[in-house]
Design a protein around this ligand. Structure first.
Ligand SMILES: [Zn+2]
Length: 294
């Protein structure tokens, strides 16, 4: 039985590795990346047609890619992505389909295209560009807290359906902008800014668990939601936090009120999407159609 199931999966999948004897070309739709045009900063929904598989795992850009089975049990999906700072070029996507007692490996070349982000200049208080010894201590402590938070994502996806904007305020296309702070410190803007006046209710973009809800030096009052399998959404600069660490939230639940705490030039909501350490374009995540998958 298992043999015929394996064969069935092989016929469906592309790019069979040489270790698996199979030379029949398969439909290219068996492994699909959505969106198909992959660029630096893209979130990518990866679909593998593997009915009957017991587990699908992957590896891409040095990261473990975790798949879950779709509601209709026909496909396996992973929500992954390419960091904003990834160099353009060809990357290898490795996928393992497990069907007891065997498993098969598939490789696919994925071309990463350069994304064209802008350069901007900003003025902030000098203490945020050249922090003193006390501030440096605080920044180091914050780094430890964040490292811990991002090291232990839930072992299953916690999100359901589409991600939605955290506020109704107008978004800006500031993701990926190379920024000069006071003409000195260069950094890349790894989130999306919404023009939210102080006091705007910020809502959970999707379901998950609040894994950080506290004040940090640069981020100000910050809320991080773990959506599972290494995917997080991060909201910064709140005037008030309305959730606590460990709290489960549903899409649309209030997280707090926007503000201007931390390194800011004025009140706004900075909203970031992180997957396995990669920062992804939030606008592109909001455009992904995820309804019906889980
Ligand atoms: Zn920002």
């Amino acid at each position: 039985m298992a043999g015929s199931r394996i064969l069935c999966a092989l016929l469906l999948l592309t790019s069979v590795s040489p270790s698996v004897a199979q030379n029949k070309p398969a439909p290219t739709s068996a492994i699909a990346l959505i969106p198909a045009f992959v660029e630096a900063g893209s979130p990518e929904l990866i679909r593998v047609e593997a009915p009957g598989a017991t587990l699908v795992t992957g590896e891409w850009l040095g990261q473990k890619v975790q798949f879950f089975e779709s509601k209709d049990m026909k496909s396996w999906f992973a929500l992954a992505g390419v960091d904003v700072q990834t160099e353009p070029g060809t990357s290898k996507l490795k996928i393992s389909v497990h069907m007891l007692p065997e498993s098969a490996e598939f490789n696919r070349d994925v071309e990463i295209h350069p994304a064209h982000y802008r350069t901007g200049k900003l003025s902030v208080e000098p203490k945020f560009v050249e922090p003193g010894p006390d501030e440096q201590k605080e920044i180091a402590a914050d780094s430890d807290i964040k490292a811990k938070v991002f090291a232990s994502s839930a072992p299953e996806p916690l999100w359901h359906g589409d991600f939605r904007a955290p506020v109704h305020s107008p978004p800006t296309d500031s993701f990926g902008t190379r920024r000069m702070f006071n003409g000195k410190l260069a950094s890349i803007h790894k989130g999306m800014d919404f023009r939210a006046p102080t006091g705007t209710v910020v809502r959970a973009s999707n379901s998950g668990v609040v894994v950080l809800a506290r004040h940090l030096y640069f981020e100000g009052n910050c809320v991080v939601i773990d959506h599972g399998f290494g995917l997080y959404t991060i909201s910064m600069h709140f005037s008030r936090i309305g959730v606590h660490e460990g709290q489960h939230v549903e899409a649309g639940d209030p997280l707090g009120l926007s503000g201007a705490t931390g390194r800011v030039t004025g009140p706004h909501l900075h909203w970031a999407v992180r997957w396995q350490g990669a920062y992804l374009d939030p606008a592109k995540l909001l455009r992904l159609n995820l309804s019906g998958i889980r």
